[in-house]
Write a protein that binds this ligand. Structure first.
Ligand SMILES: Cc1cc2nc3c(=O)[nH]c(=O)nc-3n(C[C@H](O)[C@H](O)[C@H](O)COP(=O)(O)OP(=O)(O)OC[C@H]3O[C@@H](n4cnc5c(N)ncnc54)[C@H](O)[C@@H]3O)c2cc1C
Length: 440
């Protein structure tokens, strides 16, 4: 159950413990974190990376492998942001689909984008194998249709993917879906055998160990307070300074006002997750027969899956207003029971949340500030695989091959409305989409 006892006040820092920072299933079942002492004093590096999530750790790993000296600075524990607390769904493609890339950049660039997204998944598999990362990787993904009209959307998605040569999807009619998934709420689904799920924090901790094994350095609990651009960038923290030839900003939905021009283009949206008590193998199998991850086709998505220890890990309910619900587990439970009423007797053991970084057009925002500060952010709810890949693309660019990175820097991003109108404007926009989900 979620009680005061599993609210991790020390990690959340001083003051009120945010509902987002209640102990997660991932933290409770995490492998030991590598030792990443706080920065103490001044250091030099070829590349300083701000943010220890998938984007930052992946860039660090690639750069360390190429022989760069790398210093990662992370404000909290490793993967304290979205990478350590998400739904664990490894998705195909981009949240907005490939049509958005065709429109923004043309067909050739959209093909590069598709290949990058495919490699994002392969990269996970390769790293798990290369660094022996134990993180419960499982394949199979269902995009379920809450409305009959979604079936046409899913068929269109399958056709779009097939046009790019992707042949791992199958459209399932209602009866076929119900043979795999013990709920009556969906009208069918698109099954994707090339997408899946994993224990996100254990994967991130494995990446951190890999960075250190390849000679990189990670300082946790080291918040960057200031970035001073220049020939060599000066990155200032409360306990020391790093001077680096190149810098990567990988803070995404946790950036805050560190670099206002980046913050203007990414909005931090809260998403919430609960994990039930273990169901036992038989009951779990009866719920999601082939152990696929499931996300629905609504704009504001419910997403769920089984964990290796037979819990249901269920997420959804975004807060665009910045207001957290006072009792997260109680607030989320009815959403879970609407899909699986047969779980009414099952306790909720964990409830937590995190910040998703979204952009106005839902396409990733990547680029450079000057010549030596790189950034990638705003995967818009689909960054579990993509973040690692964009970290790799930044490492490629720093090492002298910016070809793939610069395909994405061409995307134009509008800033969210600033000042006091920033959140209200998004909230109103999201109410429209929720209404659309209900009426479609
Ligand atoms: C609840 C939730 C569920 C999600 N589910 C899915 C899913 O199922 N599938 C999917 O594809 N995507 C999902 N996402 C999105 C996905 O997790 C992210 O896109 C991805 O993890 C982003 O990785 P990142 O490294 O760019 O950012 P993060 O993992 O957020 O890392 C940013 C890091 O920067 C650090 N930081 C910030 N400011 C500073 C500073 N000043 N100094 C030092 N460090 C700093 C933060 O502490 C943080 O650790 C979900 C996100 C959330 C929150």
């Amino acid at each position: 159950m979620v009680t005061a006892a599993n609210v991790d006040a020390t990690r959340a820092g001083a003051g009120r413990v945010s509902v987002l920072d209640q102990t997660s299933y991932y933290q409770a079942t995490a492998h030991a974190a590598p030792d990443c002492p706080r920065l103490d004093g001044n250091a030099d590096a070829d590349v300083c990376i701000i943010g220890g999530g998938f984007t930052g750790l992946s860039a660090a790993l690639e750069l360390a492998k190429k022989g760069f000296s790398v210093q990662v600075l992370e404000a909290g524990p490793i993967a304290w942001g979205a990478s350590g607390r998400n739904g664990g769904h490894i998705c195909t493609g981009f949240s907005k689909g490939l049509g958005a890339f065709e429109k923004a950049l043309g067909k050739t660039a959209a093909r590069v984008a598709f290949e990058v997204a495919e490699q994002a998944k392969t990269l996970i598999v390769e790293r798990i194998a290369a660094y022996n990362i134990d993180c419960d990787l499982t394949w199979g993904y269902l995009t379920a249709a809450p409305r009959p009209s979604h079936m046409a959307d899913l068929a269109a998605e399958r056709d779009e993917l097939e046009a790019y040569g992707y042949d791992k999807t199958t459209l399932l009619a209602r009866a076929e879906l119900e043979a795999r998934l013990a709920t009556r709420v969906y009208h069918g689904a698109l099954h994707d055998s090339g997408a899946g799920h994993f224990h996100t924090l254990n994967y991130a901790l494995g990446l951190a160990r890999a960075v250190i094994a390849e000679g990189g350095s990670i300082a946790a609990h080291t918040r960057v307070l200031k970035v001073e651009p220049g020939n060599r960038v000066k990155i200032v923290t409360a306990t020391g300074t790093v001077t680096a030839a190149q810098t990567i900003v990988a803070c995404n939905g946790y950036l805050g006002n560190l670099i206002p021009r980046l913050d203007a283009k990414v909005m931090a949206v809260a998403s919430y997750v609960i994990a039930t008590a273990p169901l036992g193998a038989e009951r779990a199998k009866g719920l999601i027969g082939d152990n696929a991850a499931v996300g629905d086709a609504n704009f504001v998505t419910d997403y769920f899956r089984l964990t290796a220890d037979t819990r249901v890990l269920f997420g959804g309910r975004c807060s665009y207003s910045g207001i957290d619900p006072s009792d997260l587990a109680a607030g989320m439970r009815p959403r879970l029971l609407r899909i699986f009423p047969q779980l009414a007797d099952v306790a909720i053991d964990y409830a937590w949340g995190g910040h998703i970084g979204i952009t106005y057009n839902r396409l990733p925002d990547v680029g450079r500030i000057g010549t030596n500060i790189y950034y990638a952010q705003g995967y818009s709810g689909q960054g579990v695989a993509l973040a690692g890949m964009f970290g790799k693309l930044m490492a490629e660019a720093i090492a002298g091959d910016a070809g793939r990175f610069d395909v994405f820097t061409r995307i134009r991003h509008a800033p969210f409305p600033g000042g006091p109108l920033r959140r209200p404007a998004l909230t109103i926009g999201m109410l429209y989409y929720r209404l659309r989900d209900l009426l479609a």
